[in-house]
Design a protein around this ligand. Structure first.
Ligand code: B4P
Length: 188
């Protein structure tokens, strides 16, 4: 079994690279961002609550997202392993993940950190915003998401570095170039 976390700032290509890796490795995939957007699209009360965080560029509360993963983890682990895309995003989420996996006698093997300069992230997300109409892909919200990433998410990289599970990937360049870097680093 192989369990990967795909990590990086907003617009770093987590979703894009996860889709390619899943096809190659046959792993299960959980994108917390996609799941939350589906909840918003359903128009449920929970979706309205989630939207109040995402549209402002804030993270949704840890308890909510940890509960979602807790409900899905057994299904995700049924096959060859999983790719977690957009989770964990806080130290509390990383600790909850470690405990959930330890209870099932497994662990995260690698965290793949897609490292992309700030200007490229902003450019990608503004381009996506023009096509997708995502409420969080406008300049003001993107800048706030980058701040949230620096303050709340980036600190958990240290946890994975200390455990030698950290894989740094230059996340600039074409989608194919980045994919090839990941594949060769993981020796897939
Ligand atoms: P996510 O859906 O995870 O969104 P993201 O960080 O914006 O995007 P990602 O890195 O996946 O980028 P993508 O591949 O799409 O989260 C959205 C929100 O949900 C968060 O801000 C937060 O509020 C909430 N949330 C999610 N998980 C949470 C958690 N665990 N806890 C709390 N809150 C949570 O790529 C972006 C764009 O760039 C695309 O248009 C793509 O086509 C393009 N692109 C990708 N790679 C490229 C390349 N190499 N060259 C050119 N363009 C590229």
């Amino acid at each position: 079994m192989i369990n990967l976390v795909i990590f990086g700032g907003p617009g770093s290509g987590k979703g894009t690279q996860s889709d390619l890796l899943i096809k190659r490795l046959g792993l299960s995939h959980l994108s917390t961002g996609e799941l939350l957007r589906a909840e918003i699209a359903s128009g449920s009360a929970l979706g309205k609550l989630v939207d109040s965080y995402i549209s402002k560029g804030n993270l949704v509360p840890d308890a909510l997202i940890i509960n979602i993963l807790d409900n899905k983890i057994d299904t995700l682990l049924e096959g060859k392993g999983m790719i977690l895309d957009g989770f964990p995003r806080t130290v509390e989420q990383a600790n909850a993940l470690r405990e959930m996996l330890a209870r099932r006698s497994t662990e995260v093997n690698f965290l793949i950190d897609l490292d992309v300069p700030r200007e490229i992230l902003i450019d990608r997300l503004l381009k996506r915003g023009q096509m997708s109409g995502r409420s969080d892909d406008n300049l003001e919200t993107i800048q706030h998401r980058l701040e949230v990433y620096t303050k709340q998410t980036a600190p958990l990289l240290e946890l994975y570095k200390r455990k030698n599970k950290y894989l740094h990937i230059d996340g600039s360049g074409s989608i194919e170039e980045i994919y090839q870097r990941i594949v060769s680093h993981l020796a897939l």
